[in-house]
Design a protein around this ligand. Sequence first.
Ligand code: SF4
Length: 358
Amino acid sequence: MPHSFSSILLSWYDQNARDLPWRGFHDSYRTWISEIMLQQTRVDTVIPYYHRFLSLFPTLEALAAAPEEQVLKAWEGLGYYSRARNLQKGARQVMREYQGRLPSDPEELEKITGIGPYTAGAIASIAYDRRVPAVDGNVIRVLSRVFGIREDVTVPSVRRRLSQLAAGLVPADRPGDYNQAVMDLGATVCVPGTPECDVCPMRALCDAFSRQDAADLPCLPRAHPPRIVVYQLLLLRSGSRLLMRRRTENLLNGLWVFPLLESEKELTADAVMKKLHLAVSDPVYHSDARHVFTHQIWQMQIFSADTAPGAPAPDGYTFVDMREIRSLAVPTAMKHPLSAAQQLWPESFNHACSMNVL
Ligand code: SF4
């Protein structure tokens, strides 16, 4: 079965491979960038970011030398910003410890910040033709179905078995194409939920197809629902400036947000004074906004208020000129509040600001 699995898959790939801009090169830097961007993000979303990122940072050296703020700005709208920060830390580490060239050995690759077993396998096989697997959610889904693995795939012993199975399937010839073929099959045919078995080259080999239970595989534990966090978001104007904060928390670290206050009651000038130590006009409700992260949902009530022009910003905050906001890295979670600010004070923003958040 292993031999027929890989040869059927490679023949299918020769006819059906997706035409993606990072394919067709033996270039470890391009493979690295694309694989990191593709984590938790759809291919269609990644393509324009990939082109832009490579034009800004065409080499690993250029990425290592860039200011972090510029890298975060290039990532703006892609989400999961720790990927961008780790990518740059990794690039700096490669410059320091590997003479500027990503190693080909998967174990060495895993020593680099931001590179886990999957990305190491992808880089080693695609860029360096190493015979190693790249096991991600797509691969787990395809293998669970074809080989009829009906146990919880998050259990370490089951996961180990899947990894061994995956490693044994990689052919000596074209290991990189083989790994990309499994990814393509998982992304276009053997999709989550109900797969497209009618057009699948694996049908004759597939255990889940013969038992008609593909939609139930892979077996996963019940997911915890995301936590809902309610915030009162304050658009606080001082002259032509708005109060903002560069986050230091893990979530959206290094990105700029408007003040997010947690208060059980209606937002009042007194409550703002207590939390930000600033005298403000009565906050006026504008609208609601919601942003869904993997583990939490921000439910934001947007208010606007004024404080005196020239007022000093509270500790940890900065008053930012509205025309300057476009030069900051602002997360998608702030897209609606930023539009609200533009509606409220159009004269203080210039037109280019509407392009700010992707
Ligand atoms: S036959 Fe169906 S379940 Fe089996 S690998 Fe193909 S698409 Fe997936």
